[in-house]
Design a protein around this ligand. Structure first.
Ligand code: ME8
Length: 520
């Protein structure tokens, strides 16, 4: 039985159109999901939109439409983006779905049954932009002395009757969880932040609101809607059929990985495990917090006029180029800054000039000099074997180990190292010169390259699924060989002996040229 693997992204607020950060998170999660599938795991991958709460209600009021109209329209933009970026989700989740109300209420009732919910009055600071409560001591002041949240967003003093969750009761159990699972939150710096926050003491959490009604009703208290994070986090359960005892729930819960951004760690690493402990449910295995993507060092914002639609980037550079760039350029877990010239440089130097050129040079020689038939092997030399060993180490060990820990840049660094080794090999062996002097050796060299190119293409499938599959199709690599083990097997001789013939190869990675005079 394949080992199950459940991965989720954060669900996005559809109070505006998606931005590059949303694309980044979706691409990283998708790459991980595809990697886990390639290594034979039974994967479930969920993403979606987080549609309740004051932020959505206020935005809708501003636009003169209902929150439902806003979320219907905007949620579709997130789905369109996910589809365009080739995100292989199994479930696109919307928190306004009926079944989600039932699930959130079921979780609520379990927490209530455990004695963890009580009615009181909330008085304190709230940031609508972050949908978060803050303690006075956490606030900072802007230049005019105006109070701001630690994320720099405005806060308002809020006084309201509210249900509370006994978060304070979970301080010790949470600390125990972190002691037992030091990698519960990654990277380690985020784990440290969370641990210090919890060590500092936990106050009970206000978990319902009465001043607006755009949310999930609190069972038995119709004038209250749940705090948006209570229902938002529950999406990870609802998507599996909770509270019903479904096969999906039995197979996939607890989640293997909640992939989120660094600004929402507290909700996932403190509140969420506490809610689950209270409800008597198993806890997710890992929370990974990625960094923020900045545009030339700045946060994208309407006031700076630097908001870029990720669909435009995909259109302009190609989906797989964008995916490759975002995962290759930045260490996953840290912030990164992108620019058009960085995308162009990375794509041209690594995809067009290195990998694309390697494939194109090799396949066009097979096409021209071997009638398109993958050539026969006449005995390997040490140079061939050294190349095989290098590539095998990369695809069998280095890349899987890196993908497994979400070290995407490291996986692609190893991949590029192998591509460089292939390019050095082709230059040294010069098969084009062997055509006249030693036709058999030429064939062996091209066969060697054919094998390693197929292997390296399979290894990069999680990152560039579409282009990789087109290249593998053109090379006649059967679908069942396109995983880490399959492509190491002895598929080449049967292919060489079959009547497969290459079509005239077309470059899969054209150079990107910026129009003259365009500011890159
Ligand atoms: O936080 N770079 O939704 P959201 C990288 N609904 N990632 C970024 C980013 C950037 N510039 N800006 C935001 C929410 N993100 C909640 C989540 S989960 C139960 C509820 C990330 O639309 C952010 O960290 O504000 C989060 O992981 C995701 O995008 C959605 O952010």
């Amino acid at each position: 039985m394949a080992e199950p693997y459940y991965i989720t992204t954060a669900i996005n607020y559809p109070n505006g159109k998606p931005h590059i950060g949303h694309a980044y998170e979706a691409i990283a999660a998708d790459t991980e999901a595809r990697f886990q599938r390639l290594r034979g795991r039974k994967v479930r991958f969920q993403t979606g939109t987080d549609e309740h709460g004051l932020k959505m209600a206020q935005k809708a009021r501003e636009l003169g439409i209902t929150p439902r109209e806003l979320s219907d329209e905007m949620s579709s933009h997130f789905r369109i983006l996910a589809d365009r970026l080739n995100i292989s989700y199994d479930r696109f989740f919307r928190t306004t779905e009926d079944e989600h109300h039932r699930a959130s209420q079921a979780l609520w009732l379990s927490m209530e049954k455990n004695g963890d919910l009580y009615l009181d009055r909330y008085e304190g600071w709230y940031s609508v932009r972050d949908e978060a409560y803050y303690d006075e001591s956490e606030l900072v002041a802007d230049a005019d002395g105006e109070k701001l949240s630690p994320q720099g967003t405005p806060v308002e003093w809020t006084v309201e009757e509210s249900w509370f969750f006994r978060l304070s009761k979970y301080q010790e159990p949470l600390l125990q969880l972190y002691r037992d699972n030091p990698e519960f939150v990654r990277p380690a710096s985020r784990m440290n932040e969370v641990r210090s926050f919890v060590e500092g003491g936990l106050r009970d959490l206000s978990v319902s609101r009465t001043s607006f009604d755009w949310g999930v009703r609190v069972p038995g208290a119709d004038d209250h809607v749940m705090y948006v994070w209570v229902d938002a986090l529950t999406n990870y359960l609802t998507g599996l059929g909770y509270p019903d005892e479904t096969e999906n729930f039995a197979t996939f819960w607890p989640a293997d990985l909640h992939l989120i951004g660094k600004d929402i760690v507290r909700f996932h690493a403190v509140y969420w495990p506490a809610f689950l402990m209270s409800a008597g449910l198993p806890l997710p295995k890992e929370i990974f917090a990625h960094g923020f993507i900045l545009n030339r060092g700045q946060k994208e914002s309407k006031s700076l006029g630097n908001v870029t639609d990720p669909l435009d980037l995909a259109e302009r550079f190609g989906v797989d180029h964008l995916r490759y760039f975002l995962l290759r350029e930045f260490t996953f877990g840290q912030d990164g800054s992108y620019s058009v010239e960085a995308i162009v440089n990375r794509s041209n130097s690594e995809l067009a000039n290195s990998f694309g050129n390697l494939a194109q040079r090799t396949l066009s020689q097979v096409f021209k000099n071997c009638d398109g038939s993958p050539p026969q092997i006449f005995g390997h030399t040490d140079a061939d074997n050294a190349l095989f060993e290098h590539v095998d180490r990369v695809i069998a060990q280095e890349m899987p180990a890196s993908y497994d820990k979400l070290a995407f840049a490291q996986a692609l660094e190893a991949w590029m190292g192998a591509v460089y080794a292939c390019n050095a090999y082709i230059d040294e062996q010069a098969p084009w010169a062997l055509r006249k002097t030693d036709f058999e050796r030429m064939k062996t060299v091209l066969a060697t390259l054919y094998i390693v190119i197929a292997q390296l293409t399979v290894a990069v499938r999680p990152v560039m699924p579409d282009t990789a599959d087109k290249l593998l199709d053109s090379m006649g690599i059967a679908p069942e060989l396109r995983d880490f083990e399959g492509i190491r097997s002895h598929w080449y001789s049967p292919l060489a002996e079959s009547d497969f013939r290459l079509d005239k190869p077309e470059g899969m990675f054209p150079r990107i040229e910026l129009p003259e005079g365009e500011e890159a």
